[in-house]
Ligand binder design. Structure first.
Ligand SMILES: Cc1cc2nc3c(=O)[nH]c(=O)nc-3n(C[C@H](O)[C@H](O)[C@H](O)COP(=O)(O)OP(=O)(O)OC[C@H]3O[C@@H](n4cnc5c(N)ncnc54)[C@H](O)[C@@H]3O)c2cc1C
Length: 547
């Protein structure tokens, strides 16, 4: 197949599409506005921090979490060679714990897998008997809502739950502060930049279920992490492999216009150091983030591809990383930490314990022995030191706020885990562009699936004959904006392209989200009830028992 494909955007979606197409013999060119590939999944080293021939300190746009339910990304990683005989999937390790940190209260360590060792059972028992602060009746109510979601049919999820926020679905407004903070906001905001108050109950419910199945099934995993900086152990080996397959990368090349004759895309205008030029190809895949794609939607494009006309109605939020470089490692838990009472919805990972082959003394000034990589998921809520939201703070104020919120959670109950003298350096994601507060911007916000937003999200196949879309906002099984959704969307775009090109190559594999078989009969009962216009059976029981 000697057809050419121009892929616009070199993030996970763009690289995944390039991978599938190059392996099927297409001539692929990727146009990326940055000098580096990987998009929001790339590492961002701390510029100019390396001294005496050492490398710059490793940093991430945000730490990488690969839940057990990811199948598409996992498959691509397995097909990406690494080292002499391995592949990049080998660079994922399973996290065994999760830390639920609370301000002024004992921290709770959760088992991030079903119990396997004596130590696992000990942790599990402590977890069961540590009071969570949520009244028992409210806890039972939350469980009943999870069960309701788990046993509901797909049609009800799309028709009803898609259109209400998770906050309403779990009845958070009438519950205690602890219920709202831990089960409502904490569980939701901390995983991605979702806000329980506005995110669709369908997206949050589906993602919660997938995470839960990973947690309780003996044959599944909950959480996986990379064994080194993302660029080193994944993105760089991936792009090298794609280059070997013949993929051409055009870095520092920004797409500024997409031309159409109403039925087909006629070319894309690309700006780079040499000036502006129009690139043409037999097919185009736009793997651009939603806000970039929305900005390229001219009236001509909207008429030609009505399913892309409402992208500007989709909402994005800020979620960005800050790295704390420590002189002594602080392995808080063998997995992610969630700071349940932090107004800025902080989560963190202590990187070093997973970076088994990385010698941190070879980075920065040689004094760093641990990295606490923190994601800030709420940029709107006032902080505890300056009383301002993160988006109105200077970089120094953001660092001070995050450090203080970490202290509030970890320097309690007699522990003093966060010590000023342990901090060698810190580094805020340079996507947060200053000066603040008047004109703070975030170069790469993240899509959130607000209630009812599915109607504005396109399929990979749009109305144009030779143009397809692939990014984390495209409709997928995965649904939530993440690397798995970006990869799945790319596979869908490629499959549509294969049909349009008349290719006989096999389609890229897609995996629907799996749910345990024992739920099927109950979901079937709900399917019948939904068809008859009846509410979910657990809602009837709940109403009968008076809520
Ligand atoms: C802080 C943070 C932490 C995250 N953590 C996780 C996690 O742990 N696990 C997970 O699964 N997901 C995580 N995500 C989400 C995940 O990173 C994204 O959903 C995914 O990487 C999106 O990939 P994409 O290719 O669709 O888009 P992007 O990554 O946005 O890639 C799009 C590419 O297009 C380029 N581009 C933009 N405009 C133009 C233009 N005009 N011309 C040319 N190129 C252009 C961009 O530079 C970028 O390289 C996180 C996101 C953030 C922000």
């Amino acid at each position: 197949m000697d057809k050419t494909v121009a892929i616009l955007g070199g993030g996970v979606a763009g690289l995944s599409a390039a991978h599938e197409l190059a392996e099927r013999g297409f001539r692929v060119r990727v146009y990326e506005r940055k000098s580096v590939l990987g998009g929001k999944a790339r590492s961002i080293p701390m510029a100019n921090s390396g001294t005496g021939n050492r490398a710059d300190l490793p940093g991430e746009h945000g730490f990488r979490f690969f839940p057990g339910f990811y199948k598409h990304v996992a498959d691509t990683m397995q097909r990406t060679p690494y080292g002499a005989h391995g592949n990049t999937y080998d660079n994922l390790s399973v996290a065994t714990r999760m830390l639920l940190a609370r301000a002024g209260q004992t921290e709770i360590t959760w088992l991030a897998r079903s119990p396997r060792t004596l130590e696992d059972f000990r942790v599990f028992l402590i977890q069961l008997f540590t009071p969570f602060g949520v009244p028992v009746d409210e806890m039972a109510y939350f469980v009943s809502r999870i069960l309701t979601y788990a046993t509901s049919c797909q049609k009800r999820r799309f028709a009803e739950y898609e259109n209400i926020p998770w906050w309403q679905f779990i009845d958070a407004p009438r519950m205690s502060k602890a219920y709202q903070a831990y089960l409502g906001q904490g569980m939701t905001r901390s995983m991605v930049a979702m806000r329980a108050e506005e995110s669709s109950a369908r997206t949050v419910g589906t993602t919660h279920l997938q995470l839960l199945f990973g947690l309780i099934s003996p044959d599944r995993v909950f959480d996986r992490l990379l064994s080194g900086p993302t660029n080193d152990v994944w993105i760089q080996p991936w792009t090298s492999y794609l280059e070997k397959l013949g993929v051409e990368f055009h870095r520092d090349s920004k797409v500024v216009e997409i031309g159409t004759d109403g039925e087909r895309v006629t070319g894309a205008t690309v700006q780079n150091a040499a000036g502006s030029s129009t690139v043409t190809a037999d097919f185009y895949i736009a793997a651009l983030p939603v806000e970039a794609m929305a900005a390229l939607m001219t009236e001509d494009m909207k008429r030609a591809a009505p399913s892309l006309a409402n992208l500007d109605k989709l909402k994005t939020r800020w979620m960005n990383g800050i790295q704390f470089y420590l002189s002594q490692d602080l392995p808080l838990a063998h997995g992610h930490a969630i700071y349940l009472d932090s107004p800025w919805a902080l989560t963190s990972i202590s990187q070093r314990q997973f970076w088994t082959n990385v010698d941190l003394s070879q980075y920065g000034n040689g004094a760093v022995r641990g990295i606490l990589s923190v994601d800030i998921s709420d940029w709107e809520a006032p902080g505890v030191v300056f009383g301002k939201p993160a988006r109105e703070c200077t970089a120094e104020e953001i660092k001070e706020e995050v450090w203080t919120q970490l202290k509030q959670h970890l320097n309690d109950s007699g522990a003093m885990l966060i010590q000023d003298e342990n901090l060698v350096a810190w580094f805020l994601d340079p996507d947060i562009e200053f000066p603040n507060p008047s004109s703070a911007t975030n170069a790469e916000p993240l899509l959130i699936n607000t209630a009812g937003s599915l109607q504005y999200r396109p399929e990979a196949q749009v109305e144009l004959e030779n143009f397809f879309v692939a990014s984390d906002y495209v409709r997928t099984y995965t649904d939530i904006a993440c690397m798995e959704a970006a990869n799945e969307a790319a596979r869908r775009a490629v499959n549509c392209l294969l049909v349009a090109a008349g290719s006989s190559a096999p389609p890229a594999q897609l995996w629907p989200l799996e749910e345990p078989a024992f739920l099927k009969p109950l979901q079937e009962i709900d399917r019948i009830r939904f068809a008859l216009g009846r509410p979910h059976h657990l809602d009837i029981i709940r109403k009968t028992l008076g809520g």
